[in-house]
Design a binder for this molecule. Structure first.
Ligand code: BMA
Length: 852
């Protein structure tokens, strides 16, 4: 074995042409329905798109209406009961045919599929999340070759798979659990039921001779600012025994780096290690903590001087540790990145669409950039969907958004069949290998709520032996099969069995450990203030629903659907039983009845935002006891009433604007505890911050009742109280007409402003607002200046269907203090003025303060 590491020598920037070729098979696809019944689609061959799915192909061929419009979902359920067939022709040149290996690679088949090449069956696929590779060399000929894929009805495939498990008769688990397919396709409490079929990710024909690089990974053994010790792991698949030269190069971050090894390859899979060392690496940081520098590594394999294959991978160098130390509250749960304990701020992310192939880079960017713009540094990719695309993770890497990555198991108990576990192990291997170089992924997590939900739905009543067996199956998969694969392929990254979980440790009020989902607010219908009784070490879910804005509602309704939130179509776009009633009930606890449908939508958003703000600020104030606040949920997969902070069309709800404030790097958070108004400052900064804290109590006309101005020095990574006023000293007379305004000013700039009402929301006596709005042309758009002589709460600015980009929305306008926002639009000033509407909370009800 000869191995050299040379710096600055022999470096070539671009990978040379390799002998391996890769042809994407995305042209000439057709599909048809196979019996029974064919009457709905005619059963003829029609054009199809790959990647795609049968629902989108039916839509493009105008065989079905828009699945998201009104109540069309219910009319399209026949699709999952049918069997579908896809085909295309692959043209193979004589030159390609000479290659020693010709393989078809399917990056994703949803889900149960039989694949035929020139009418010979080459594959039976039974897992949407696996990458399938099949040798088709013996079947191909020069010229046209037919690739055909049959997708039996998912219902029937599931029934058949389930029938192989004798335990199912005892556990009564649903049949669908036996097919590895995105759980949300079957419907969720925010998502429609569209159980689809299709080639949902790209297909390729790979042609190669002696060797190919079947995987390239840069293992980060230990990384510090002084030096990064890496292991370049090149997996080479060889046709036969051969001598090869394997190398890795990297150009960025100072001097070029190259490591080369001469190795003897055997036929089959070879693992070649190339240790690499980078001194003073430019580290990758989560958003808010530093830059997101990425390194690109290129590996090459040569035999007899010929470059057989070359592959590149980009990664960011950072260390990540899940710190779990005993402390005075129990056992910690905090992510330590590059030695910094990082408070995780963000939201859960679900699939971006019911039909994933139509999600564009632009829509990913819109949501992920919105996360960053709202001062988030972490998202949790929830386990009831699918492993996201490479584009998604690349954007997370570039934006510094850490990813809590669930494996794709959602809620229900999972089968214990040995064959099923082998299928899962292969899936985990495919996905970990595909994703492990993304620095943004900071944890692998076994599943969403499977541990917690195992005995839900009456299963507590099952006989003890059945429950024991189910528990053993659970543990053997999520603390056996899956972590064993992770440990082998990616041992440096933390693994966690479930969300939520305590990793099988006992929790108690005095011993908190693990991550938690907090659902007594919403599902348990308790007041928002209950959030403040929770002391989980890391909160991975808590949430409250709202309606999307009118423009979004208009996209899926006709006018008669918009008379109330309880019309059949509005209820068809609410998937949580009782959801609309829950919103309504909570709303009436804090506010009077909204005056009309539009006002209801608006108030629902304010209600959600104010509620989640209570939780988020409490969790942030509780650092370091609590080290994460991930609210449920950021996005939607269709237009719907849901827990999202951004709707299906990418429009920010009030919550997303509020999140930008409650996730500010330095947050001022006034809070009443035991009759004392305590003003906290929470800082996520790694350096101390000096500034001035201004706390004043004003009445709604702006008269100052009490004020304090105090210099503050805020330690790095801290949460502390800076001012304490007994409530009895605070109020002049009428707490229903007063508000506390806390502001933190650093170097002349207001970094955080927060209001606190001294009376319960329902009793706050909001004055009728008289907001004056002035829209003027500026250099980069328009400026909208809003002012009001009295307090105007949660001011909502809309330009109707013109929908310009606004720098802020749903903010308070303080008496006598103008607020200015930027309006980005190509429309004329006059058109914008004509559509401008400014609403504040006081305008939203039948009569202001009706019941006060
Ligand atoms: C959690 C999630 C989702 C669900 C949400 C709202 O439990 O994991 O399954 O959509 O609650 O009910």
């Amino acid at each position: 074995m000869v191995m050299t590491i040379c710096l600055g020598a022999g470096f070539a920037a671009a990978p040379p042409e390799a002998a391996r070729t890769d042809t994407v098979i995305d042209q000439g696809w057709e599909f048809r329905q196979l019996a029974p019944p064919v009457d709905r689609s005619g059963g003829e061959w029609r054009s199809a798109q790959v990647p795609g799915d049968v629902h989108l192909d039916l839509l493009r061929n105008k065989l079905i209406p828009d699945p998201f419009y009104r109540d069309n979902e219910a009319k399209l359920q026949w699709i999952e009961g049918a069997t579908w067939e896809y085909r295309t022709t692959i043209n193979v040149t004589p030159q390609t045919l000479k290659k020693r290996n010709l393989e078809l690679v399917f990056e994703g088949l949803d889900a149960y599929a039989e694949v035929f090449m020139n009418d010979s069956q080459v594959l039976t696929a039974k897992n949407m999340f696996r990458i399938w590779r099949v040798n088709v060399k013996p079947l191909l000929r020069a010229g046209g070759n037919q690739l055909r894929i049959v997708f039996p009805s998912p219902d029937k495939a599931a029934a058949q798979a389930a029938s192989a498990d004798p335990w199912r008769l005892k556990t009564h688990v649903e049949e669908k659990t036996y097919v590895r397919k995105a759980a949300y396709e079957y419907g969720w409490d925010w998502g429609p039921t569209f159980v689809t079929s299709g080639v949902w990710r790209p297909v390729h024909l790979e042609a190669w001779d002696e060797a190919r690089i079947s995987n390239l990974h840069i293992r980060q053994l230990d990384v510090t600012a002084a030096v990064a010790h890496l292991n370049g792991e090149v997996e080479v698949t060889a046709t036969e025994d051969a001598i090869a030269e394997v190398s890795i190069r990297c150009a960025q971050g100072g001097k070029p780096l190259e490591a080369t090894r001469s190795v003897a390859l055997h036929a089959g899979v070879n693992h070649i290690d190339l240790p690499l060392e980078i001194s003073k690496p430019v580290l990758w940081y989560p958003a808010g903590y530093g830059a997101q520098s990425l390194y690109t590594f290129t590996a090459e394999v040569k035999t007899q001087g010929i470059v057989e294959d070359a592959r590149s991978v980009s990664t960011g160098l950072r260390s990540v540790v899940l710190r779990r130390d005993l402390d005075k509250w129990g056992r910690s749960f905090e992510f330590v990145v590059n030695d910094i304990p990082v408070f995780g701020k963000g939201a859960d992310v679900i699939p971006f669409d019911s039909f994933p192939s139509r999600v564009t880079e632009e829509s990913y960017r819109r949501i992920l950039q919105s996360a960053r713009d709202a001062n988030m540094n972490m998202i949790r990719l929830w386990g009831g969907g699918y492993y996201e695309s490479d584009t998604f993770y690349r954007l997370c890497d570039e934006l510094g958004i850490m990813v809590w990555q669930d494996f794709m198991f959602g809620n229900d108990w999972q089968p214990g069949l040995y064959s099923w576990k082998l299928n899962v192990a292969a899936e985990i291997e495919d996905q970990v290998k595909r994703l492990r170089d993304h620095p943004s992924i900071v944890i692998w997590c076994g599943n969403n709520e499977t541990e917690e939900a195992i005995f839900w739905n009456g299963r507590q009543q099952l006989p003890a032996d059945v429950r024991n067996q189910m528990w053993q199956d659970y543990v053997s998969t999520f603390s056996g099969v899956i972590p064993a694969v992770v440990e082998r392929l990616d041992p440096q990254r933390p693994y966690w069995p479930s969300s939520p979980s305590a990793d099988y440790e006992e929790t108690s009020p005095t011993f908190q450990t693990g991550d938690v989902h907090v659902w007594d607010v919403w599902h348990g219908r308790v007041p928002f203030s209950t959030y403040e009784q929770h002391h989980g070490r890391f909160v991975t879910e808590y949430g409250f629903q709202s309606f999307p804005e009118m423009k979004t509602i208009e996209a899926f309704t006709s006018p008669e659907d918009r008379s109330s939130i309880f019309t059949p179509v509005m209820l068809a776009h609410q998937k949580n039983n009782e959801g609309n009633s829950i919103i309504h009930d909570y709303l009436l606890k804090d506010y009077p009845e909204p005056k009309d449908f539009a006002a209801f939508l608006y108030v629902s958003q304010v209600l959600q935002a104010e509620g989640i703000k209570i939780g988020a600020e409490h969790f942030r104030r509780s650092r370091p006891e609590t080290m994460g606040s991930i609210f449920w949920q950021m996005n939607d997969c269709w237009p719907v009433a849901s827990w999202s902070s951004i709707d299906y069309y990418g429009r920010w709800k009030a919550l997303q604007y509020y999140a930008r404030r409650f996730y500010a790097p330095v947050l001022v958070s006034p809070h009443v505890e035991d009759g004392v108004l305590k003003t906290y400052i929470v800082s996520d900064k790694v350096q101390p911050v000096s500034g001035e804290l201004d706390l004043r109590i004003i009445d709604f006309d702006g008269k100052v009742v009490k004020e304090a101005l105090q210099p503050v020095s805020v330690p790095a990574l801290s949460s502390q109280i800076y001012l304490q006023w007994p409530i009895s000293d605070v109020s002049a007379a009428d707490t229903a007409r007063e508000v506390g305004v806390a502001e933190l000013v650093v170097e002349g700039v207001g970094v955080s402003t927060n209001l606190i009402y001294l009376a319960p929301t329902k009793q706050v006596h909001l004055p009728e607002a008289h907001i004056s709005a002035e829209l003027t042309q500026g250099a980069e758009g328009y400026f909208l200046k809003l002012s009001s002589p009295v307090l105007a709460r949660s001011v909502y600015v809309t330009f109707g269907n013109l929908g310009p980009e606004l720098s802020d929305n749903y903010f308070d306008v303080l008496p006598g203090r103008a607020a200015v926002i930027l309006v980005k639009s190509r429309e004329t000033l006059d058109r914008l003025k004509a559509k401008l509407q400014v609403v504040s909370l006081a305008d939203a009800f039948k009569s202001v303060n009706a019941d006060k």
